[in-house]
Design a protein around this ligand. Sequence first.
Ligand code: 5GP
Length: 122
Amino acid sequence: MAYDNNNIFAKILRGEIPCDKVYESDHALAFKDINPQAPVHCLVIPKGAYESFDDFSANATDAEMADYIRAIGVVAREAGVVESGYRILSNIGKDGHQEVPHLHVHIFGGRPLGWMIKSQEK
Ligand code: 5GP
């Protein structure tokens, strides 16, 4: 499937929609989620046009990958959640319930987060 240039995070990257930015590097941008599920809920996205983690892991350059992974760590450290612990999560595709088709890693923290998946269905 072709990357959708009109997805909301592409618009944020182009500056067409505002975001509450917390960090920026050469290849990554991080901002607060508009609908936070925890006291700390940030999203970290690559600046490149990658639809999902699957796309990114297959097609991103080594420089993009290194910068992106480091950015996730920096954002968590700057949010102050390393000592208490936190969760990173990336939804991919339909079963993963990915809503925005531009790779994003969620960083959740600031409270005990409970089990990874609420549903008991297997
Ligand atoms: P997904 O289900 O795709 O993993 O999560 C998409 C996330 O993007 C959701 O947590 C949602 O609240 C967040 N989101 C959607 N639109 C916007 C927006 O315009 N700005 C920000 N900051 N977050 C958004």
